[in-house]
Design a protein around this ligand. Structure first.
Ligand code: BTN
Length: 252
């Protein structure tokens, strides 16, 4: 139906009208040995999940709400690399299809003119240090109008329609994401994270700037130096001390 040209991403595609969360279904499919590249996509989620136990607003027919199962043969600490890789694939697909120029806010928010258009939630199933499956949840605000956003999101979120001024084809965008994701993922498996890291840094906004990183337990203020080879954010505080941040919310 999408006319896919990918070898494995999206070949096994589960399409649903309404679900609680595509992440939840993907976990079940992954547990039942679904092949790598399996995608579950829904028109609407009634309890979409965001990072840090937040909710993800997923109204009907307007966005792309999907989860992708990957099974890379990598160790646990490398898992964040796949989130960064996915962000690059999405930025490129949006750029190719709409001409808009999205930017990445570490680790995985995609913004247009400072407002969030895409969120990525990566969850894993692992045994000791070995990854069994990575479930990449992608939420993209595509054709929402202003009225479609609840008032608390109005200031911080946007959609491709609002930024572009015209409707954007969700099918074309999904196709573009699958194609780019597969290409980058194969490059990653062959050559490692470095080429991905360079691409990621070219789209990142926070690097070189003074930021505040709020983790669950503390706030770190300092200059974002860049990411390590594992995708961990490095921040230098005013005393010259370098902090490694694995998970946080960033304020610019
Ligand atoms: C974030 O907090 O920025 C991440 C949001 C991720 C939302 C997507 S929508 C598809 C998938 N299913 C979910 O329940 N969440 C992710």
């Amino acid at each position: 139906r999408l006319g896919l040209t990918t070898k494995f991403i999206g070949k096994n595609l589960h399409y649903e009208e309404t679900v609680d969360s595509t992440q939840k279904i993907a976990h079940r499919l992954a547990y039942d040995d679904a092949p790598e590249g399996t995608v579950i996509i829904a028109e609407e989620q009634v309890s979409g999940r965001g990072r840090m136990a937040r909710r993800w607003h997923s109204p009907k027919y307007t966005g792309i709400w999907m989860s992708i199962i990957l099974r890379p043969n990598i160790s646990l600490p490398k898992a964040p690399q796949l989130t960064l890789l996915t962000a690059v694939a999405i930025v490129q697909a949006i750029e190719e299809l709409t001409g808009l120029l999205p930017e990445i806010k570490w680790p995985n928010d995609i913004l247009i003119k400072g407002k969030k258009v895409t969120g990525i939630l990566t969850e894993l199933e692992a045994e000791s240090d070995r990854i069994n499956s990575i479930i990449i949840g992608i939420g993209i605000n595509v054709n929402q109008t202003k009225e479609d956003f609840p008032s608390d999101l109005e200031q911080i979120a946007t959609s491709l329609l609002l930024e572009k001024g015209e409707t954007v084809s969700r099918a074309d965008l999904i196709k573009g994401i699958f194609t780019n994701l597969e290409k980058l993922y194969l490059l990653y498996l062959e050559e490692g994270f470095l080429p991905i890291k360079l691409l990621w840094e070219s789209y990142a906004i926070s690097i070189g700037k003074k930021i505040t990183a709020r983790t669950l337990t503390q706030s770190i203020i300092g200059k974002a130096l860049g990411i390590t080879d594992d995708g961990v954010l490095m921040i230098e505080d005013d005393h010259g001390k370098i902090h490694h941040v694995y998970s946080a919310d960033i304020e610019l």
